[in-house]
Design a protein around this ligand. Structure first.
Ligand SMILES: [Fe+2]
Ligand SMILES: [Fe+2]
Length: 258
């Protein structure tokens, strides 16, 4: 089984790049499941029902998210009806932290290093894997995890913690793709960060000038997605149906002109 996991979609430029590239990638790579991190889909901050539907129309099966999922209030009443996850360790928040797509469990967690203080992602991973097993009556063989976190150390830590128990741990949140895609000794595919789907001439997707102004003066600025050519960052993971272990993980990175 082949799963494509796509980094944070940044606003309208990211949605357009996704709509242009994903249908072709689906055909070319024979993909069974596509996940995409949707926390920056609406204007760079949060997600709305309309922009969520744009991702689904482009060919995304399951949307994951992170700290920015709460930025647009309109999404709150729809969190359970959409194929949408929020980090499972936001204890008591609306929405859900894992779901099944066919035979695959998709789990979303968020880190705590240089991030808002929330529940422990390590203990949460154990709890949600156990919950899935008791709800389904069997342990799902294929499990892919979007770990939305800032620190590469915390991401590597969770990958070692879950190695052999899940098919993949992929990082999101920094919007910068990393070159460390690998299979861990226990059979878990790992990459520290998928990267993003959004404008390349930017600071992590955002227009450069206001970011520089804030760095230089410390004054609050209005941040908008940048314009111009977009990149799409993702990984393709090949999972053994019998063992649930990953056989391969490769980066799939593309660029489209504006
Ligand atoms: Fe993000
Ligand atoms: Fe984030």
């Amino acid at each position: 089984m082949r799963v494509l996991m796509i980094g944070d979609i940044i606003g309208k430029p990211g949605r357009s790049a996704l709509a242009e590239l994903l249908p072709e990638l689906r055909r070319e790579l024979t993909i069974d499941l596509v996940t995409a991190n949707a926390e920056n889909t609406a204007g760079g901050f949060g997600l709305t029902p309309k922009t969520a539907n744009a991702l689904l129309q482009a060919g995304v099966d399951v949307m994951t998210s992170g700290n920015h999922i709460w930025d647009k209030k309109e999404i709150l009443p729809h969190m359970e009806e959409l194929p949408l996850l929020r980090p499972a360790n936001y204890y008591g928040a609306p929405g859900r932290g894992w779901m099944m797509f066919g035979d695959v469990m998709v789990l979303n967690l968020q880190g705590r290093v240089f991030m808002p203080p929330i529940d422990c992602p390590f203990r949460e991973a154990d709890a949600r894997l156990a919950e899935a097993q008791s709800e389904l009556g069997f342990a799902p063989k294929a499990v892919v995890v979007d770990f939305h976190a800032e620190a590469t150390s915390e991401k590597q830590g969770l990958a070692w913690y879950l190695d052999g128990r899940v098919s993949a741990v992929v990082g999101t949140h920094t919007h910068v793709a990393t070159a460390d895609a690998r299979i861990m000794p226990g059979g878990t595919a790992y990459v520290s960060d998928l990267g993003m789907t959004g404008p390349q001439d930017s600071v992590i997707g955002t227009e450069v000038a206001p970011v520089l102004e804030r760095f230089r003066t410390g004054l609050p600025q209005r941040f908008e997605p940048a314009k111009g050519a977009c990149i799409l960052n993702s990984v393709l993971i090949d999972i053994d149906d019998d063992t649930g272990h990953a056989r391969d993980i490769v980066r799939i990175d593309r660029r489209v002109e504006a």
